[in-house]
Design a protein around this ligand. Structure first.
Ligand code: ARG
Length: 460
């Protein structure tokens, strides 16, 4: 029977399946670097207390760095019988490398605080990279919006043609959602940054360890304020999962629009070969798999969020092993989101934008609101103008022509206030340009939105 770290009070051997069931090294090994960083800081704090001499500290740090190199170079040999998690694996190896002095490292420390530190350090770093990726995505969205600012397309509600808008305006609508995700991410990152080191298994540290020093040394913004809470606290994981769920909802909605717009029926855009795949059976096929995977993975992340919250909701005070169930969803969610953001950026950067197809999809009935607004400017109450414009749409339908093709006399028969200048209304560019208030689809409003994003992500 292998020497398990906690085996002192045990006489019986652990069941094989139970060992596998319990182990977390197979997934928490990605935390190796964070675990070693935490241990180095811990060793320094023990040295400040006189528990580790200067010489022992040096040996411990050298040993830990050696363990890190082994992981980095893929040379770390896992002991499948005793390495239960990343913390025990690293400590076991350290002991092999530096001998009994390694036994001092865990003084006053619990894996309950270690796992919290490791997860927070790892996630903090990953989220910083995701934040950069999100900025990259926004800057590509802004660049494509700027490039295509002249392209008009049908705007939809209920997926029915509604009013003309700029393609850029549509793209910026998605960028605006993503900007919200970027804003919220700052809060998530802030809350992750509380250091649990020094809280012990649940009750605190009996040696007077310097918690402020350790938090500072590891780059945390704060010390976790309550030991019982600190070892039980996976709110940062819930935070990440819920934040990611909404981000993924946004990426999925963008993906859905693009999948639709890239069908032959729409033909507004084309996804580049680099982000498409073919069919094993139908030679003509090019499928937007990148976008479909993003849409599908949104469900996966949302499932992780509700799944882990369900694991969390009835836990008694302080640490319980159920909390280990936070590790896999956190790692998977962060990796999924990172890929999805970067793939979305690639899809957008390489997307072919077919302005001619969008223009061809514009129809005069989408200007019926502008016809109503024409009469509003002549003093007619909008409720009446809405009716009048509706009658015009019906009349055009009966005559089998578009509303712009109706003779002026037909319009005047419906309302005497129509003049020859109504012809100006039947102009998509004019319709779009009228919507020039903040957040509208006019050129100036769209450019202002682009500039705001460029400024936010530092591409201007
Ligand atoms: N692998 C464990 C986790 O993820 C580490 C903490 C184990 N602590 C304990 N007392 N068993 O939660």
């Amino acid at each position: 029977q292998p020497a398990l770290l906690w085996g002192g009070r045990f006489t019986g051997a652990i069941d094989d399946l139970m060992f596998q069931f319990n182990e977390s090294l197979s997934f928490d090994k990605v935390l190796y670097k964070a675990d070693i960083r935490g241990s180095i800081t811990w060793a320094k704090a023990l040295n400040k207390l006189g528990i580790l001499s200067d010489d022992e500290l040096r040996q411990t740090i050298d040993g830990l760095q050696q363990v890190e190199r082994e992981w980095e170079e893929g040379k770390f040999v896992i002991d499948p019988k005793s390495d239960e998690d990343i913390h025990t694996a690293n400590e076991r190896r350290l002991g092999e490398l530096i001998g009994p002095v390694a036994g001092k490292l865990h003084t006053g420390r619990s894996r309950n605080e270690q796992v919290g530190v490791d997860m927070r350090l790892w996630a903090g770093e990953q989220l910083e990279a995701i934040e950069d990726a999100l900025r990259g995505l926004l800057s590509v969205a802004a660049a494509r919006a700027r490039e295509a600012v002249d392209v008009l397309m049908p705007g939809y509600t209920h997926l029915q043609r509604a009013q003309p808008v700029r393609f850029s305006h549509w793209l910026l609508s998605h960028a605006t959602f993503l900007k919200g995700d970027l804003d919220r991410l700052a809060g998530v990152r802030e809350r992750i940054s509380a250091c649990p080191l020094g809280v012990g298994a649940l009750a605190g540290n009996p040696f007077g360890i310097d918690r402020e020093f350790m938090a500072r040394d590891l780059g945390f913004r704060a010390v976790h304020p309550n030991s019982l809470c600190a070892v039980a606290d996976r709110d940062f994981v819930v935070d990440i999962l819920q934040w990611a769920s909404l981000l993924m909802a946004h990426l999925s909605r963008l993906a859905e629009d693009l999948i639709l717009f890239s069908t032959a029926e729409f033909g507004f855009v084309q996804v580049a070969d680099a982000y498409s795949t073919g069919s094993s059976l139908m030679p003509q096929k090019k499928n937007p798999d990148s976008l479909e995977l993003i849409r599908g993975k949104a469900g996966r992340v949302m499932g992780q969020a509700s799944g882990f919250l369900a694991s969390l909701k009835s836990l008694p005070t302080s640490y319980n092993k159920d909390l280990q169930e936070s590790v896999e969803p956190m790692i998977d969610c962060v990796q999924t989101v990172s890929n999805c953001v970067r793939i979305t950026q690639g899809v957008l950067a390489t997307l072919a934008i077919h302005g001619d197809r969008m223009k061809a999809a514009l129809t005069d009935d989408m200007l019926a609101t502008d016809v109503a607004d024409y009469l509003v400017r002549k003093g007619v109450p909008f409720r009446q103008t809405h009716h009048i414009a509706g009658a015009i749409v019906r009349r055009a339908e009966e005559a089998g022509v578009s509303i712009s093709a109706l003779p002026l006399s037909d319009l005047q028969a419906i309302s005497p206030l129509f003049d020859a200048d109504v012809a100006q209304v039947f102009d998509f560019e004019r319709s779009v340009e009228q919507r020039s208030t903040v957040g509208g689809t006019s050129r100036s409003s769209v450019l202002a939105q682009i500039e705001a994003i460029e400024k936010l992500v530092g591409t201007q």
